[in-house]
Design a protein around this ligand. Structure first.
Ligand code: PLP
Length: 229
């Protein structure tokens, strides 16, 4: 019999998990030390369920309101989900963010640090925090300036935030590796273990340079609508 039995289709999740493992191996790292954050922003619950059914449990959203609409129901159906806020956060949404998320990746200014500190004191919840660095010193980008990183970390610690590490989004359309390497150096200097860097187009490079958290959206879910961030 030569009729081929179709092998189980390799899903985008399989491909990315394998890509992370390969990059980790190249760098002499353990794949288990890299967390894949599946960035489900703009995608409805029906698009997210297949990943949950496949056993994936770490997801990223960039808007508090969108996450509040989608995730409570999914969390009831799939226990053990960890939700990461990867987008800009307004200080007046700090309470909602602390209530819903397990990690916050865009801590980038003193006013937000203070709002998160108060929200954590009020709720008793302490999501891991990442200080976002404007690693390419781009005018239009969020993130704390490189020179201001130590002071913002100190302020965050003083406000009671559990500072896990640093996060960046390198400039578009240029080789990201030097920016990833610089973020890794800043984290080392600050004694911080976690590095949130790498997206669909460059997560393997980020892993070879020390990423502990990669944020992958379109490579898992397909392209977002053109109106999406
Ligand atoms: C949307 C987004 C991602 C995922 O981007 P993809 O290119 O779709 O993988 C990662 N990080 C942040 C901060 C984002 O806003």
């Amino acid at each position: 019999m030569t009729a081929a039995t179709p092998s189980a289709a390799r899903t985008p999740l399989d491909t990315i998990v394998a890509g992370i493992a390969h990059a980790a191996r190249l760098a002499g790292r353990e794949a288990a030390d890299v967390t894949l954050i599946a960035v489900s922003k703009t995608h409805p619950a029906e698009a997210i369920r297949p990943l949950l059914d496949a056993g994936h449990r770490v997801f990223g959203e960039n808007r508090v309101q969108e996450a509040e609409a989608k995730w409570p129901a999914l969390r009831t159906d799939y226990p053990g989900v960890a939700l990461h806020l990867i987008g800009q956060l307004q200080s007046n949404k700090a309470d909602d963010a602390v209530a819903l998320f397990d990690a916050i990746h865009a801590v980038d200014r003193p006013s937000l640090v203070d709002a998160l500190g108060k929200a954590m004191a009020r709720t008793g919840r302490r999501p891991d925090c990442f200080v976002q660095v404007n690693i390419g010193a781009e005018e239009q980008k969020g993130g704390c300036g490189i020179a201001d990183v130590p002071a913002l970390i100190a302020r965050a610690r003083a406000a009671g935030l559990p500072v896990a590490g640093l996060m960046c989004i390198p400039p578009a359309d240029v080789e990201p590796a030097p920016y990833f390497a610089l973020l890794a150096k800043l984290a080392r200097e600050a004694g911080l273990p976690a590095l949130s860097m790498g997206m669909s187009s460059d997560y393997e490079t980020a892993v070879t340079l020390g990423a502990t958290h990669v944020r992958v959206g379109s490579a898992l879910f397909g392209a977002r609508g053109s109106a999406a961030a």
